[in-house]
Design a protein around this ligand. Structure first.
Ligand code: FMN
Length: 436
């Protein structure tokens, strides 16, 4: 029976690798080489893309102190992913390279310029993960007293997107003529100011970069709240998400694709990738033992809680691990909080942490031999309806061993089942995502 393959991405950050383990890179990956090697490994395994997260703060949300974040290298140090994207692009030829850039952090003009520059450097393999930023501590690094509320953030982001897209279009495709006869590099009649004046942003334009032969930059987004989902559905080529189990994944995907159809888009143009953190072993027992060691480690529980605190601005050190959570709301990542808390499930906090598997990253539990995990990934995708997975490592710490387990053990098991690609047939990320 022939099956439809699914897409694979990897969600990482330009942060310390698994610095205190034997297969890390020593904890100072700042030259970028460790992650460039990782990108090459993912390309050998025919991944669609690697995606770098980004946040813009040193959090104090857990226990009102920076201690836990600095002690465990959690969300900090976090280096700028844009130069890393350029390095990864020049060391690969087919892998998509996505980075997170915040609409709060970048003026729209600079962001459009950076995206366009990376589109060219990567030959059409670059993508922007659009985030509005969700932490007060980050807002305070940009001259604000606190984060604007979610509604306003997304209203601003809508305007931001309109402006950025106009800047992308401010050069007509044939504007660069390079005519030696007439001594003309670019035809000024094909380059247009945009004179954008919005409520929040304005820009004269045109953009001062060369137009892209690859169309506009590929957009990733991860809206979780209803407003966030509408935003993702309107713009994203690829939506990255966490689903609470198969049902949660299916209902998220159905919902976000319905919103895309309402916005007049063809839902088939959008790929939804779900975060998972597989734990692999040579035998079932070995994989289970590894998983147990991880989830019962007190440092793992503390790191998970601090991570969730960091992205919700809620102090999770206050709650009893052996009780249910009170109902919580946040102006931060509400969608992620809802996914983590599984409201109404009656589960105790400890169980929620275990199920989130190192942050907020596991949509379904995948523990076992590569063959068993591959089989399960196929079943889940059939039930959910598509479109693929975003691999992450617990607490986002990466070791060469983990990368190799995924690329050299899990991926071949998936490939043997016809579940993922065995070669690239396209050169740009947009085409790679649309291949199936
Ligand atoms: C897989 C995934 C990756 C994300 N990466 C980032 C990131 O790097 N930086 C960031 O500020 N937010 C990131 N977010 C947060 C989302 O942009 C969004 O705020 C979150 O999913 C909550 O949705 P909401 O804003 O609709 O409540 C990520 C979310 C998910 C699910």
């Amino acid at each position: 029976m022939s099956v439809k393959p699914f897409h694979m991405g990897w969600f990482m950050e330009f942060s310390p690798d698994e610095w205190n383990g034997p297969f890390g890179g020593g904890g100072s990956p700042w030259s970028g080489e460790f992650y460039v090697e990782m990108a090459q490994a993912l390309e050998r395994a025919c991944f669609d893309l690697i995606m770098a997260a980004d946040t813009l703060m040193v959090s104090e949300a857990y226990g009102g102190s920076m201690e836990t974040y600095l002690k465990h290298a959690l969300l900090v140090p976090q280096h700028d992913p844009a130069p890393l994207a350029a390095l990864m692009a020049s060391a690969t030829s087919h892998l998509g390279i996505a980075i997170t850039l915040s609409t709060m952090g970048y003026p729209p003009f600079l962001l459009a310029r950076l995206c366009r520059t990376l589109d060219h450097i990567s030959h059409g393999r670059f993508a922007w993960n659009i985030v509005t930023t969700a932490e007060n501590h980050a807002a305070q690094n940009f001259g604000l007293d606190k984060l604007p509320d979610r509604q306003l953030r997304y209203d601003m982001a809508d305007e931001y997107m309109e402006l950025v897209c106009q800047l992308f279009d401010s050069w007509e495709p044939g504007a660069i003529v390079m005519d030696r006869e007439t001594d003309v590099y670019a035809d000024y009649k094909k380059v247009h100011p945009i004179n954008y004046k919005g409520k929040f942003f304005s820009s004269r334009g045109p953009l001062n970069t060369a137009p892209s032969p690859y169309g506009r930059t590929v957009f990733l987004q991860a809206g979780g709240s209803p407003r966030g989902r509408t935003f993702a559905a309107k713009y994203a080529d690829c939506i990255i998400a966490i689903g609470a189990g198969v049902e949660g994944m299916k209902s998220y995907r159905d919902d976000v694709l319905a919103r895309a159809a309402e916005a007049g888009r063809n839902p088939n143009d959008i790929k939804v990738l779900f975060c998972v953190t597989p734990t692999l072993g040579d035998t079932e027992e070995e994989a289970q033992a590894k998983h147990q060691r991880m989830i019962t480690n007190p440092s793992f529980i503390e790191q998970s809680l601090a991570f969730i605190a960091g992205i919700t601005d809620i102090d999770f050190s206050k709650f009893d691990l052996d009780k249910e959570l009170p109902h919580l709301t946040t102006n931060g990542e509400q969608g992620s909080l809802d996914m983590f808390a599984q409201w109404g499930s009656g589960k105790k906090l400890r169980q929620l942490v275990i199920e989130a598997s190192g942050g907020l990253l596991a949509s379904v539990e995948l523990v076992g031999t590569p063959d068993k995990v591959a089989e399960r990934m196929g079943e889940v995708m059939r039930e959910v309806g598509g479109d693929g997975y975003l691999i992450t490592s617990p607490s986002m710490k990466i070791s060469r061993r983990y990368v190799s387990e995924i690329t050299d053990e899990l991926v071949p098991a998936l490939q043997r089942r016809g579940l993922v690609r065995t070669k690239y047939t396209k050169t740009t990320l947009r085409d790679t995502l649309k291949e199936f």
